[in-house]
Design a protein around this ligand. Structure first.
Ligand code: F6R
Length: 604
């Protein structure tokens, strides 16, 4: 959360910072700011509440420079306001700092070192920059020594980019837990929260690891550990396609990403299957899963729901029990593990702090792990034993769609590869290439029903304050994801419920007009779910029935074409994505950037 960008040695610094912030806006968008300075030493700090376009409006024409730092914020300490927006300055305003993360001991630091200082806002970041300023201006340390001393005191997560207005030809950088990368240009260098935001300027990058300090000048990058030992690190070229991060002809990223799902499914077939239909999954990953007596899937939000969507298939094809762990809970209390656990981390961004803290523990225990992610080179990918990429292309809308379906499909290749390696007939019988092609077709068929779905939304979801999704077995797991999607972008309070559980208490919330959306794809439980639909209708609910063809009735509202039961969490979620998108659109909300949210959740 929060996006950082910095550049040094480029005449278009302001433009680069602003473009970078626009690309980073998915990380937080409640306020933003930039600090720019030119060769004559003239500098300017501009901050604004709201989106990057609001900051652009405030910039004016005289903000040009050759170096600077910028920030887009997702508030943790202090409400969104100009005072709390970054960059923050030291007491004398000599030092300027942007920060992503949470400083856990900021109150203690304030009490011990800065009790007489006045602060403009309430952020932990302002404490950090005051601390650095104090060490230089009151205690006589060099800037580097002061930065190091501050880093030795600060506890928590951070990516810092610091500038000294008296010596603006260097950016001081350090990170712990929060992501940050160096971008290498011709005669200039950059620092940024992610590669995508720098790709217009460079495709050459250098990683920074936790507890490393980097001095960035226009023609040099010097990395050391906190003790000052130099670290040599090779740069790498990232093959990122700038066109992937545009909206094309779409009004919103979310719609583009929903529509991309058939392509994602087909691309996964070429990534993970050979032409003869055999699996192309790295043998060492297959072997590691084969050796496990239990698979632990750790994730957050939509990725957690994707784990449930894949659970039944993973268990059936590998004959290994699968346990789901919600990352923000497991980081603080790992349950009793099996004797030979294997961990799978599901994460679109590969940067989720909650998931990472579990991975850190897993690594401390020396246990094997796999990250299934959409972002090559991301923290969770680098730190896990193995990685499988979803390859869905950048997902920019805050609400995750193609990553969810891509994660389940990727796990299908893993499950089949493991099952075949174990000689399990069920794995051989599951013709994944054929079945996933059918899923792609099923998605296309549902996508062609958008207008009809929009009409249903208009009738049932436009005014309501709350709603329910219900389903059994796989459809219950899909209802969890469906309700999360509706909540996050339309602000309708929605619960995903096991259809049979409703009558054990929650049915008391059903009254006239409450929308209940039922999902039915499994013939073994469809009749029971239909019974539950009757129960809520009898109490006044307005229903939408989404049924797979195999179990559908003529009066059902949305029919989803048949797919293999292992993959129904993919096909059944598509109408619910469209429902969420349409509800948000019709309510006039910001589909891609819902309030209070951010795409990469890099704080615990
Ligand atoms: C919901 C959503 C979030 C993320 C969650 C985990 O649409 O996007 O719930 O799924 O924050 O993020 P990743 O998958 O990047 O670890």
């Amino acid at each position: 959360m929060c996006g950082i960008v910095g550049v040094i040695g480029n005449r278009n610094a302001t433009d680069i910072l602003m473009q970078g912030l626009e690309k980073l806006e998915y990380r937080g968008y409640d306020s933003a700011g930039i600090f720019v300075t030119n060769e004559a030493g003239k500098s300017k700090l501009v901050k604004s509440v709201g989106r990057i376009e609001d900051l652009r409006d405030k910039l004016g024409i005289d903000v040009s420079g050759t170096a600077g730092i910028g920030h887009t914020r997702w508030a943790t300490h202090g409400k969104p306001s100009v005072e709390n927006a970054h960059p923050h300055t030291s007491a004398s305003e000599r030092f300027v700092l942007v920060h992503n993360g949470v400083i856990e001991n900021f109150r203690e630091i304030q009490a011990e070192y800065l009790s007489t200082d006045d602060f403009k806002g309430q952020t932990d970041t302002e404490i950090a920059v005051h601390l650095i300023g104090k060490f230089v201006e009151e205690d006589g340390l060099s800037v580097l020594e002061a930065f190091k001393k501050a880093l030795s005191i600060i506890e928590g997560s951070y990516a810092f980019a610091l500038m000294d207005t008296e010596n603006p030809d260097m950016i001081y950088v350090a990170k712990n837990k929060s992501p940050l990368l160096i971008g290498l240009g011709e005669g200039y260098n950059m620092v940024c929260s992610d590669a995508m935001a720098m790709i217009r300027e460079t495709s050459e990058f250098m990683e920074i690891h936790d507890k490393e300090l980097v001095l960035v000048t226009k023609d040099n990058i010097a990395i050391t550990d906190y003790q000052g030992n130099p670290i040599n690190r090779a740069s790498y070229t990232a093959e990122l396609d700038l066109s992937d991060i545009g909206k094309g002809t779409y009004p919103f990223y979310m719609l583009k990403e929903i529509d991309e799902q058939p392509t994602v499914m087909r691309k996964l077939i070429t990534t993970y299957a050979n032409e003869d239909g055999s699996m192309k999954v790295a043998p060492e990953i297959v072997k590691a899963v084969q050796e496990a007596d239990r698979i632990y899937v750790i994730a957050a939000g939509t990725s957690y729901n994707a784990g449930f969507g894949a659970k039944m298939m993973l268990e059936a094809l590998t004959q290994t029990p699968v346990e789901l762990g919600v990352a923000s809970e497991w980081g603080y209390g790992m349950p009793l593990l099996s004797k030979k656990p294997f961990f799978i981390f599901l994460s679109q961004s590969g940067e989720t702090a909650d998931s990472r803290q579990v991975l850190v523990k897993v690594n401390e225990l020396g246990l094997p792990s796999l990250t299934v992610t959409n972002v090559p080179g991301s923290t969770l990918s680098r730190e896990a034993t193995y990685t499988m990429l979803i390859g869905a292309g950048p997902e920019i809308a805050v609400a995750s769609t193609k990553a969810y379906t891509g994660q389940i499909a990727t796990l299908a290749f893993l499950a089949k590869a493991v099952g075949e390696a174990d000689g399990l007939q069920a794995a051989y019988d599951f013709d994944l290439v054929k079945e996933l092609s059918l899923v792609a077709q099923s998605i296309e068929a549902t996508l062609s029903e958008k207008e009809m779905i929009a009409e249903l939304v208009k009738k049932l979801l436009l005014e309501t304050r709350n709603a329910f999704y219900i389903g059994r077995k796989q459809d219950y797991f899909v209802s969890m994801e469906a309700s999360l999607k509706l909540k996050e972008i339309s602000y309708v309070q929605c619960e995903g419920f096991a259809a049979g559980e409703l009558k054990h208490g929650t049915i008391s919330l059903i009254e006239k007009g409450v929308p209940v959306i039922a999902l039915l794809s499994d013939p073994t439980v469809a009749a029971h779910t239909r019974g539950n639909i009757m129960e809520v209708v009898a109490r006044g609910a307005s229903t939408i029935v989404i049924a797979e063809e195999s179990v559908s009735k003529p009066e059902d509202d949305i029919i989803v074409s048949n797919v293999h039961p292992y993959l129904s969490a993919i096909s059944m979620v598509i109408p619910t994505q469209i429902i969420a998108y349409e509800t948000s659109m019709q309510r006039g909300l910001d589909v891609d950037k819902p309030r209070n949210l951010a795409k990469a959740v890099t704080v615990e």
